[in-house]
Design a protein around this ligand. Structure first.
Ligand SMILES: Cc1cc2nc3c(=O)[nH]c(=O)nc-3n(C[C@H](O)[C@H](O)[C@H](O)COP(=O)(O)OP(=O)(O)OC[C@H]3O[C@@H](n4cnc5c(N)ncnc54)[C@H](O)[C@@H]3O)c2cc1C
Length: 445
């Protein structure tokens, strides 16, 4: 009887999980990659979907399509709800089946993070975050609808609330969003309306910290701040958000009336630590060893945003490069074990630098001792982001769209998609209408 191949179960088809699967391409292992969505998402460009530059299909690819040529990899769409590390099983649910047990010999958890409202989950109703494609489309709908409502609204007093956009969090996502919303308003929408002037819209960026983009050097942070100001973004620093409701936000005791509040302030890891019942850091990320496994279980790896590892006395950041490099390392380590080779040296993150875009043609870039801002940094940002998109078709499509948007200021995807109407209306209509007595005649071809 043929021997059962070593089964590697990877949970999560994001940066970490996909890199791990690819690293096992030439291994004798059977790779099973499970993700609750059918696509790999390039999260760094989510803000461009939310601000109508790109369409959802330009920053995401079906995972099974990415792995189509990897014959040892099987992709399953399902939600992992737990792990039994003693019996080496994960529990997977989908729409039809709940808690199906799937056995593994090695397990890689790469389940990422989701946005966190720091204990104020009630804010979620009024201030969507930006983590998935559905979030980005919901934010895009909200922003575009605000302008449509203002154009239809005859009472000019309502225009100010409708056209005030508040972004909570001045990290990379908040800054990129604020600059992109300001650019959308001032460049792309300015001549499209007749009854309102879109340029009266306010974009407000709020954060508790002392400066925007606090993880960058002070010079770059100042350059980004000045650039935001020149785009007309109002920056409120060292002020916390006390309340978010249907009327807007209360910031340091002062109300800002707004119908569109967007949350970019924080993330929380997936529940991998709870599934494994192992030590986590104060944010809930799984504490891992230098070979990316959990203590006492050399067959269980945790990589990317849901893991916590210190390097040179500091925790590694939750960025795509960490996830990619860790995923690759975990895959290679398993491969070496299967080939009977010695393990690689402990994992070490190679920091290639950080970047953030602040509107059209302007970015900041920090790598080693180099810190630049402006057009050159923006060109570097564009080239690097194109390179890391999952498929060449996306690279071509995004490149063409960026050139078009740069030259014309026209956005590629200014569409309000009402998913709710699409799923609810037919059911309502069906129940309201009497059932047809006879089958409808076939259509002529
Ligand atoms: C808006 C935004 C902008 C960003 N910009 C940048 C940037 O410019 N540069 C940068 O380096 N980083 C950026 N990041 C961070 C970067 O995207 C993450 O660090 C990176 O995605 C982490 O990779 P990961 O593999 O750990 O998780 P992810 O890429 O998040 O992948 C996790 C995967 O696991 C799946 N999953 C989760 N739970 C389950 C479950 N229970 N069952 C099945 N599947 C599950 C998810 O569907 C997802 O596909 C940004 C993040 C966001 C949200």
């Amino acid at each position: 009887m043929a021997e059962h191949p070593h089964t590697v179960v990877i949970v999560g088809g994001g940066f970490g999980g996909l890199a791990a699967a690819k690293a096992l391409r030439h291994s004798p292992a059977e790779v099973i990659l499970i993700d609750r969505s059918n696509h790999h998402l390039f999260q760094p460009l989510l803000y461009q979907v939310a601000t109508a530059v790109l369409g959802p299909g330009q920053i995401a690819s079906p995972i099974r399509n990415i792995l189509r040529d990897q014959s040892n990899a099987t992709v399953i769409m399902g939600e992992v709800t737990g792990v039994n590390k003693e019996d080496r099983q994960v529990f997977v649910s989908d729409e039809d089946r709940k808690g199906v047990r799937l056995s593994y010999d090695s397990l890689i958890l790469a389940t990422g993070a989701q946005h966190s409202y720091f204990g104020h989950d009630e804010f979620a109703r009024y201030a969507p975050g930006l983590k998935s494609l559905a979030d980005a489309v919901a934010v895009r709908n909200k922003i575009l609808k605000a302008f449509e409502q203002a154009e239809a609204e005859e009472d000019p007093r309502q225009h100010r609330d409708l056209l005030t956009f508040v972004l909570v969090g001045a990290g990379p996502t908040g800054v990129e969003m604020a600059a992109a919303v300001a650019t959308l308003i001032r460049n792309s929408l300015r001549s499209d309306f007749r009854r309102i002037d879109p340029t009266i819209a306010r974009v407000v960026l709020v954060d508790r910290s002392k400066r925007v983009l606090g993880s960058f050097s002070e010079n770059l942070s100042t350059a980004a701040h000045d650039r935001l100001k020149s785009l007309g973004v109002e920056i409120l620093l060292e002020r916390g958000v006390d309340q978010i409701d249907e009327q807007g936000v209360i910031v340091a005791g002062e109300r800002i009336a707004s119908r569109t509040v967007i949350w970019t302030a924080g993330v929380t890891p997936s529940p991998a630590g709870k599934w494994l019942d192992v030590e986590t850091d104060h944010t809930g990320r799984v504490r891992i060893l230098k070979d990316l496994t959990v203590p006492g279980h050399p067959e269980v790896f945790v990589v990317g945003d849901t893991s916590s590892l210190d390097q040179d006395g500091k925790p590694l950041p939750g960025v795509a490069q960490v996830a990619l490099q860790q995923g690759r390392y975990a895959g290679k380590l398993i491969l070496r074990r299967l080939l009977g080779k010695s393990p690689p040296p402990p994992f070490r993150y190679f920091d290639k630098g950080s970047m953030a875009v602040v509107g059209k043609g302007f970015a900041i870039l920090q790598t080693g001792k180099l810190a630049i801002s402006g057009f050159l940094a923006w060109m570097a940002w564009a080239a690097i982001h194109l390179e890391f998109l999952a498929q060449s078709s996306l690279r071509v499509s995004v490149f063409v769209q960026w050139v078009w948007t740069y030259l014309t200021d026209q956005r590629g995807s200014r569409i309000i998609v009402n998913h709710l109407a699409a799923s609810v209306t037919p059911a309502k209509e069906a129940s309201a209408r009497p059932a047809p007595k006879a089958p409808a005649p076939a259509l002529n071809r």
